[in-house]
Design a protein around this ligand. Structure first.
Ligand code: CMP
Length: 143
């Protein structure tokens, strides 16, 4: 079953959107198999955003993501990587359609509420940065 790493960023946690966001993905039909509220270390943040390390906003990005708690989640479901990204909407909230998470809740690119893996390979890499394999409850749902 395809998995993804979804994460409510510090702005979403501060705005108390965790419950609403979890509900959207459960309503869609996806299965939550691991979740925790935690403060990311600088090392985890730099690894998580490695592909952006040469971008001018990298420092700002690491500062922001380590500025408060995040709510990290592992979800599974059919085509979950592409479908969850469609539900999140475009990175820049100016381009995100109403009805998507960023379209409904976010005001700017830096504070865009939620992260979702961009491929199954990224998902695997991101999940292993935050969760141990035995923390995933992948077999706990009816098939
Ligand atoms: P996300 O797609 O989750 O992961 C990369 C993040 O970099 C992206 O969300 C934005 O939050 C952030 N980002 C992208 N472009 C910019 C930018 N121009 N300025 C600040 N942050 C950015």
């Amino acid at each position: 079953m395809e998995k993804t790493y979804l994460m409510v960023k510090p702005d979403g946690v501060r705005r108390q959107l965790v419950g609403k966001l979890v509900q959207r993905f459960e309503d869609k039909g996806f299965q939550l198999i691991a979740a925790k509220m935690f403060r990311m270390t600088r090392e985890q943040a730099e690894y998580h955003y490695e592909e952006h390390k040469d971008k001018p906003f990298f420092g700002e990005l690491v500062e922001f993501i380590t500025s408060g708690s995040v709510f990290g989640m592992v979800w599974q479901g059919e085509n979950i990587v592409a479908l969850s990204r469609a539900m999140m909407g475009k990175t820049n909230p100016l381009d995100a359609a109403p009805g998507t998470i960023r379209g409904d809740y976010a005001l700017n690119t830096g504070n865009n509420i939620i992260h979702g893996s961009d491929s199954p390979q990224s998902a695997e890499r991101e999940i292993s940065n935050f969760f141990r394999p035995e923390e995933l409850a992948a077999g706990d749902y009816p098939v």
